[in-house]
Design a protein around this ligand. Structure first.
Ligand code: FUB
Length: 618
């Protein structure tokens, strides 16, 4: 075994030949990568060769950086006397299974599942990442839904499978919203409130053509609004605008990344209609209703991709700029009316790693252009300048590319003394499937600026602590049912609007409307973080309607935590006939997470808002 490992180590030292089509001994790159797991020394090899490490593809750098320096368990599944060599190793809850094919023939490498720990991890895996061979030059990185029982390995090839444990969404920094798939976050602070405009990836059932429901592409018809005052409990406001607000559009799909900005008490929503330029809508309120003042695109260079992802910022001298574009980045100055261009469009010289999704802003005298970096996977990068029109200097990644994500899109703001970056991922969809679809979700992380204005890099969303709550939630005032920190499986809609999410049923911008939560199923719950019950609540009441029924159990701190009250919602005769249901509450004192848990659900129940009564928190 020792001689064998020595031989493997010698082969690993060929790593710096990464750009050569033929590696020494003719081994593949995935074979080389597998050696870093098999020999336990891969990560150490690079400590004094940082330039070789940084020359590697990002996925490989990340893989090597995350490789444990010691293992809790190691099992040789096959070899070394009889080729091939396959080894399974565990560090904490993560398994690494690596195999190499040392022969000159293609081989099927067995992945024995005889190890009980490994077997249960495979059953409960959160995701599995494969590093295998696609060609001499590339590492193929893929997320697999099912664990393969054997790997096809080309001559002198190899593989590594990393089996990650299942995420516990309640302890991880998961996406902010669960009732809809969201993307392209655009924050706007108005007074005490942080508003977040997002685009909206249709759920399969909302895609009009049944033949397209399993398609991986973009199905985007309207734009959504969310708000918070504490960063962890968010209130949904539904669709604020849709493609229908632009009667001149040429397609019924393509409601891509918007940004809404405020100027002089008016709200301007800049919206790309993919394939038909960028339009603008105006409102007197952040909730809308928004109207199209132009009746035509604000910008359209008559090319399918160029005119997407507008980002608008008004400088302290009153001059507003709009940046946009993929794969080129453009800008134009806006007139004071915010709905016309002052002069012609300028295409920026290429900024390294720029792909799309510019987010243009100024902070403490520095101009920033954050963006989604070269696809795929996309990460979040940024450039800085001393002037609003550049020249722009690439600075770094805010978040490096990772095989866990494919697309990204930054939105950045300061709020209540903290700085935040919003972006997007597929982590909610990954709770159901790893088969790729454009069903994205918006996540957020706190960022820190250095004294020179540069931004400290942050790890991937799931790899950081959940956001800190900025203020406790007051349960003694009306709380909308659609206010939640987590509500996976639930649905929401605006009252009185039959918006199925499809253009044909979609209203033009409706402005602020009451919303309700529906589609309650046994085992689902609404989680509210950091609820301040003060000296103790005495009663809970909830406004609900519907022809169905449901039991509500109120629990503290956990979905199985102590029960503080239960109540039954019985049919009110119709989905519009809201009635108040109330129950006594015991032992709800101080600050707790609140879980409104659903059971014995039958038929249609709609929830409007809830409230505790009794002792005030102060
Ligand atoms: O959401 C549609 C497109 O995907 C956006 O316009 C891009 O930034 C990317 O997020």
């Amino acid at each position: 075994m020792r001689t064998f490992l020595f031989l493997l180590l010698a082969l690993v030292s060929a790593w710096t030949m990464a750009d050569e089509p033929q590696l020494p001994n003719n081994i593949s790159k995935a074979h080389e990568l597998a050696l870093t797991v098999l020999t336990e020394s891969g990560s150490k090899l690079f400590t004094d060769r940082s330039e070789s490490l940084t020359a590697l593809p990002h996925d490989v750098q990340q893989f090597l950086a995350s490789l444990p320096s010691a293992w809790d368990e190691s099992h040789l599944l096959s070899g070394p006397t009889d080729q091939p060599v396959v080894m399974a190793r565990r560090s904490g809850k993560t398994w690494y299974i690596a195999g190499i094919n040392g022969s000159n023939e293609e081989q099927k490498l067995p992945l024995s599942n005889a190890i009980p720990n490994l077997q249960s991890s495979i059953k409960n895996h959160g995701d599995i990442v494969l590093f295998g061979d696609r060609s001499e030059r590339a590492f193929f990185v893929s997320l697999l839904e099912d664990f393969p029982m054997e790997m096809n390995c080309r001559p002198r090839g190899g593989f590594v499978l990393v089996v990650h444990p299942k995420n516990d969404p309640l302890t991880m920094n998961m996406p902010l919203f669960q009732t809809k798939y969201t993307a392209d976050p655009s924050p706007l602070v108005v007074g005490d409130t942080l508003f977040l405009y997002t685009s909206h990836d249709a759920s399969p059932e909302d895609i009009p053509d049944p033949n397209e429901r399993s398609s991986a592409g973009f199905f985007m018809y309207d734009w959504l609004l969310w708000s918070t005052t504490d960063m962890v409990n968010w209130t949904e406001h539904g669709a604020v605008a849709s493609l229908k607000d632009f009667p001149w559009r040429s397609r019924d799909n393509g409601a891509w990344a918007i940004q809404t900005v405020e100027r002089g008490g008016k709200y301007y929503l800049y919206a790309p209609l993919h394939g038909h330029g960028i339009g603008v809508l105006v409102s007197d309120s952040p909730y809308g209703p928004f109207k199209d003042p132009l009746g035509e695109p604000l910008v359209w260079q008559r090319e399918h991709w160029n005119d997407i992802d507008p980002s608008v910022f008004t400088d302290s001298d009153g001059q507003a700029y709009m940046y946009w574009g993929n794969p080129h980045c453009y800008y134009a100055r806006l007139n004071d009316d915010m709905i016309s261009l002052k002069d012609s469009i300028v295409q920026l010289p290429h900024i390294p790693n720029y792909q799309e999704g510019p987010w243009f802003y100024k902070r403490e005298g520095h101009y920033y252009l954050a963006f989604a970096s070269t696809c795929c996977p996309e990460a979040l990068g940024y450039a800085m300048s001393d002037s609003p029109t550049g020249p722009w200097e690439w600075k770094n990644y805010i978040m490096t590319p990772t095989q866990r994500d494919r697309g990204n899109h930054p939105g950045i703001c300061d709020y209540k003394g903290h700085s935040y970056v919003f972006g997007q991922d597929y982590d909610l969809m990954h709770l159901d499937t790893y088969v790729h679809h454009e069903r994205r979700t918006v996540s957020c992380a706190e960022i820190t600026y250095n004294a020179d204005g540069t931004i400290q890099q942050i790890p991937y969303w799931l790899n950081q602590k959940p956001l800190e709550q900025l203020e406790w939630l007051n349960p003694y005032k009306r709380v909308e049912a659609e206010t939640m920190a987590w509500g996976n499986g639930l649905k929401t809609a605006k009252m009185g609007i039959q918006n199925t999410g499809v253009v044909k049923d979609m209203p033009t911008s409706t402005g602020r409307r009451n919303m309700y939560v529906f589609d309650l199923n046994d085992g689902e719950f609404i989680r509210l973080r950091g609820v301040d019950f003060g000296k103790g609540a005495k009663r809970f009441s909830i406004n609900a309607a519907g022809t169905g029924s449901a039991q509500i159990t109120l629990r503290l701190d956990n979905q199985d935590g102590p029960t503080i009250g239960t109540l039954q919602i019985a049919g009110t005769g119709s989905a519009d006939n809201y009635q108040s249901f109330t129950t006594k509450v015991k032992k709800a004192k101080g600050i707790h997470d609140l879980y409104i848990c659903f059971g014995k659900t039958q038929g249609d129940v709609h929830l409007d808002y809830w409230k505790f009564s009794g002792q005030s928190p102060k």
